[in-house]
Design a protein around this ligand. Structure first.
Ligand SMILES: [Zn+2]
Length: 265
């Protein structure tokens, strides 16, 4: 090969390998596309991150199945002819003092099912609940609706942690009850609760106040379902409880007059 022919050949090779129109353009378009489509979002670089993490999610803990029927041994009755009131998910700085004031004015007591995290955050409210003569119920550390489906050791750790937070605020107060969030009980959970000296508290009247029905509806639901020995479930935390507070202004005197409001036994 003559030098000039060789040069032309080499140049042609270089062009073929590096500058080849087609393949060269395609990667450019590919790289350009994300930056165009990513333009409205702040930066294109975090975009691949989720896809890098999604293929390997943390292994989900295996949860035991929920039983088709609630396990036996749940307390759904007040234990006497009167009605027992229970308030779940607190303490809450906005609503717990309101319901405490209502109960105080009516000279009746209730049972407060406390969430451990909330008790740790608002110990003065736990102390006030106890000071004003109400009963205490453990309602799990973080309102875990699947707690009953977890390994027994996890259930135990959760209930003990919640008890510790309550006791830190009210050292001498007895914690008599445990209520599984959402009422999603399992037999294994009842066993753990009993081992810790906690009695499983369910309910018999649920006005579903967590779903924010108007006060009128909460009143109607409770008054049509309540009878002697009922355990009424309501909430003083976990969302906007304005309607529950309004309903209780009517319900507490009404239930007291009709059945009496009693301590759980
Ligand atoms: Zn709850």
């Amino acid at each position: 090969m003559r030098p000039r022919t060789l040069l032309a050949f080499v140049l042609g090779l270089v062009l073929l390998v590096t500058g080849c129109g087609g393949p060269g353009k395609t990667p450019q378009r590919v790289t350009a596309q994300p930056s165009v489509s990513a333009a409205p979002t702040p930066t294109p670089s975090p975009k691949p991150q989720p896809s890098r993490t999604t293929p390997k999610p943390k292994p989900k803990p295996t949860l035991r199945p929920l039983p088709k029927k609630l396990p036996t041994g749940l307390h759904r009755r007040s234990g006497s002819p009167g009605v027992a009131l229970t308030f779940d998910d607190g303490p809450d700085p906005r609503y717990t003092p309101q319901i405490l004031a209502q109960l105080r004015a009516a000279h009746v007591t209730a049972t407060f099912c406390l969430v451990g995290k909330q008790a740790k955050r608002y110990p003065h409210l736990v102390a006030q609940i106890v000071r004003e003569g109400h009963q205490l119920c453990n309602h799990s550390w973080r309102h875990d609706v699947d707690l009953g489906r977890r390994p027994a050791a996890e259930i135990r750790a959760d209930l003990e942690r919640t008890n510790r937070a309550i006791r830190a605020a009210a050292p001498d107060a007895p914690i008599t009850w445990f209520r599984q969030p959402g009422g999603r009980w399992t037999a294994e959970e009842l066993t753990v609760a009993r081992q810790l000296g906690l009695r499983p508290l369910h309910w018999s009247v649920d006005p579903q106040d967590w779903d924010h029905p108007p006060a009128k509806k909460i009143i109607a639901r409770v008054e049509s379902a309540a009878h002697h020995g009922s355990v009424v479930l309501m909430h003083d935390a976990g969302g906007d409880r304005t309607q529950t507070m309004a309903a209780c202004r009517r319900l507490i005197p009404d239930l007291k007059r009709r059945y009496g409001i009693v301590r759980l036994r």
